[in-house]
Design a protein around this ligand. Structure first.
Ligand code: HEM
Length: 144
């Protein structure tokens, strides 16, 4: 796949992943907390999941292919040999953290969600959103 196509898919995935989490954190979560209404989270989650998860999968595939151009073999990134190796390694670590925090929220917190547990979910959403923005910033730093 050509470089430009990969980059476009990576940017499209980033808009969905980062944008979706910013909307969740700054509009849906505060509304749900104020109204102590779990359904607001559930209905957003239900709709967003359908494009959010495919977007994250696209990020992983296109990210690895893009990273391979800078750091052949990708695992070499963990030698932290120079700035590019370090940025790719940091992106992979941020991805791992996203998977752990996201899986914990999706498999543990959301199935047992009630009004008292909303603040715990809010912390998770804030964490995943921070990780998403950090992934975007590290991506921009590759060329910047
Ligand atoms: C949700 C996850 C991710 C988000 C939101 C994200 C976001 C971004 C953004 C916004 C850019 C800037 C593109 C540009 O300069 O035009 C970028 C670049 C890049 N990303 Fe990601 N990324 C994610 C995951 C990954 C993963 C898992 C990898 C694999 C190591 C990766 C590797 C790269 C590389 C190598 C670039 C530089 C591309 C280039 O400038 O040619 N990304 N990313």
């Amino acid at each position: 796949m050509g470089y430009t196509v990969l980059l476009i898919l990576h940017l499209l995935g980033a808009t969905i992943w980062v944008g979706g989490h910013l909307v969740l954190l700054f509009t849906i979560v505060p509304g749900a907390l104020a109204a102590r209404d779990v359904e607001r989270i559930r209905s957003f989650e239900h709709g967003y999941e359908r494009i959010g998860i495919p977007a994250l999968i696209v990020q992983v595939i296109t990210g690895l292919l893009l990273a391979h151009r800078f750091v052949p073999g990708v695992w070499e990134a963990f030698t932290f040999a120079d700035r590019l190796h370090t940025l790719v390694a940091v992106k992979l670590l941020l991805l791992l953290a996203t998977a752990v925090v996201g899986a914990h929220a999706r498999l543990w917190i959301i199935p047992r969600l009630n009004a008292d547990r909303l603040p715990g979910l809010a912390v998770h959403v804030a964490l995943v959103t921070t990780l998403a923005v950090a992934l975007l910033v590290c991506g921009a730093l590759v060329r910047g």
